[in-house]
Ligand binder design. Structure first.
Ligand code: ATP
Ligand code: MG
Length: 568
């Protein structure tokens, strides 16, 4: 490709609204353009990267016996009603109505569609196992589309679904995909950690998230260097702090005036008590019900764990006005004492507390010397908090560390959840009807592209891993007005192409500084600069994007050297 004919609209400055490095660089380097919130154009360079990721995914899927198909994006509401997800999926679903008033959605995922297909095509054990996948746009009306391709409302996903005769078959499919995903992300040059994750409210399904470590990641990974334990903080079990209750005698409950003390910190300062002696009282809206959750003042509530003990479709922090209506007091002075009508769940650490502080459900008043069990009752004590940095590993007791990461893929044992709801069955060897065991496995293809940029960049631009770079190399004639330089550049360009190197020729009539800046920004793994020395000494400059220094290489050797690097 010649740069003079290409649509590669690079920008000198960061676009104002771009909120992450990957979004800034992908826009600046001319890979993507925003159309509307969470909706992006993939420009030619972006498209090339996507295709490379897709092909790696394809190869790995095919190697593990998966077959590619393509299902409609537009999906009939009736299928989603069969599994109860038409309503349960919530506001993230894009719904559309056709001219006959029939309802459809734009597929956010395809479990219903594929189960419908398989139940009508499969009826004998002889047709199983099956592994079917597609690579396609998905649609989710995300509450907060952000970070460019990382959280889009239209994005590209590879979704695979496995169908097996029994749980053992599903187990094989699951671990095959675990391996395939490990291969995919390794080949894409991503540093990824598979972590144990939340299997959802229905059963304790096994699932791993493949998390690309990055500062901007929305997931927190808790891991142990010693035994290799790694989990999403959402599910990491917390140790229960040991407190010797016998040691501290329970004192009489007392209500005290606490002006201008609306946070744990302010109350603690005012009453001169540490945060671990205070209760944090939070209200959640669990579908239609208001519930109350208590954690120790220095702990953070973990809503995935809350949702496990109080199953519901949607769990969100309650609106202050709803709490005022129910309790008669605003945020800042809430507490469990005397709280009726609302279900209270408390963290296990709260159960251990003696003589603690909490809001009195009266503006500017708190209780002191509150004792759980004596002064208030709860529906149950559970592990409801986030693990904190340095707490012991649940497997081996060693201290854990944590890191941020972007979920780029997930493998999930669905079991018989969808096949049972939709009647996807088969006849076994004895002619008996059995339910199919299913798994689902997703990779965010467009998100992977952004995650790769988050992991591979410097102050000058993107540093693409070789396997997913839009082009392997760029050839830059320093002056396009010099015919000899141009002829040598052209000759190297053609020779590289013949050897299968994907190469860009920057034949634009621009200053060399501009071309070098663009080459760095776009992130070609190899840059070959053809200047005066090419004409005078038959040497060109060879520079790897990932390294600081360049070397002079003779025109005769440059093709071999580039080929060796790219295909090594
Ligand atoms: P998240 O927790 O980030 O919302 P998810 O768990 O809902 O993701 P899955 O349903 O498991 O996502 O989808 C499979 C893969 O699709 C994810 O691992 C992720 O890489 C990608 N993905 C999900 N939502 C988006 C999105 N809004 N934009 C881009 N990629 C996404
Ligand atoms: Mg997921």
């Amino acid at each position: 490709m010649k740069m003079s004919n290409a649509l590669i609209p690079t920008l000198r400055n960061n676009p104002a609204e771009a909120d992450t490095i990957s979004q800034q660089l992908l826009i600046r380097a001319g890979f993507i353009r925003k159309s509307a919130a969470g909706l992006y154009h993939y420009l030619p360079l972006g498209m090339r990267v996507l295709s490379k990721i897709e092909n790696i995914v394809r190869e790995e899927m095919n190697n593990f016996g998966c077959q590619e198909l393509l299902m409609p994006i537009v999906q009939p509401a009736e299928l989603w009603q069969e599994t109860g997800r038409w309503n349960a999926y919530g506001a993230e679903m894009f719904k559309v109505t056709d001219r006959h008033e029939r309802q459809f959605c734009l597929g956010p995922t395809h479990e219903e569609m594929i189960t419908d297909l398989v139940r009508s095509e499969v009826n004998s054990y002889r047709q199983l196992p099956l592994r079917l996948y597609q690579i396609q746009n998905k649609y989710r009306d995300e509450k907060r589309p952000r970070f460019g391709l990382i959280r889009g409302r239209e994005f590209i996903m590879k979704d695979m679904y496995s169908f097996d005769r029994d749980a053992d078959g599903l187990d094989r499919a699951y671990w095959d995909m675990y391996q395939a995903y490990t291969n995919v992300f390794n080949r894409c040059g991503l540093y990824v950690r598979p972590i144990e994750a939340d299997g959802g409210a229905i059963g304790d399904s096994q699932t791993h998230e493949f998390t690309a470590l990055a500062e901007i990641g929305e997931n927190t990974v808790v891991y142990c260097e010693k035994c290799g334990y790694a989990a999403n903080i959402e599910i990491a079990p917390c140790p229960v702090p040991e407190v010797n209750k016998e040691k501290e005698a329970q004192l009489p409950l007392e209500k005290v005036y606490t002006p201008d003390s609306k946070t744990i910190e302010a109350v603690g300062n005012y009453l001169q008590v540490p945060a671990e002696k205070c209760i944090k009282t939070l209200f959640f809206q669990a579908d239609d019900e208001l519930i109350c959750v208590l954690v120790r003042g220095d702990h953070e509530v973990n809503d995935v764990k809350v949702q496990r003990v109080h199953p519901c479709f949607a769990l969100e922090m309650a609106e202050e006005e709803d709490v005022v209506k129910a309790v008669g007091c605003s945020f800042g002075s809430l507490g469990p004492v005397g709280l009726s009508k609302v279900k209270i769940y408390a963290d296990l650490a709260v159960e251990q507390m003696v003589n603690l502080v909490c809001g009195a459900n009266e503006e500017a008043y708190h209780y002191i010397n509150v004792n759980p069990g004596r002064d208030f009752q709860v529906a149950g004590y559970y592990d409801l908090r986030m693990m904190q940095e340095g707490e012991p590993c649940p497997k081996c007791g060693q201290l854990t560390s944590s890191a941020r990461g972007i979920e780029v893929g997930q493998v999930f044992k669905l079991g018989t959840k969808y096949s049972e709801a939709m009647g996807a069955t088969f006849l076994d060897e004895n002619g008996k009807t059995q339910i199919i065991h299913m798994g689902c496995y997703g990779i965010g293809v467009s998100r992977t592209m952004a995650a790769a940029v988050e992991q591979h960049n410097d102050e000058n631009g993107i540093i693409w891993p070789k396997a997913i770079a839009p082009y392997h190399a760029v050839v830059v004639p320093v002056s396009v007005k010099d015919e000899q330089q141009c002829a040598i550049a052209e000759q190297i360009y053609e020779a590289l192409q013949k050897r299968g190197v994907e190469v860009m020729l920057d034949d634009r009539n621009e200053r060399p500084g501009v071309k070098f800046k663009d080459a760095d920004l776009i992130g070609y793994p190899v840059r070959i600069t053809v200047g005066k020395k090419a004409v005078e000494e038959q040497t060109v400059e060879y520079k790897l994007r990932a390294e600081a220094d360049s070397v002079l290489v003779s025109v005769d050797d440059i093709v071999e050297k580039t080929v060796a690097y790219i295909f090594s």
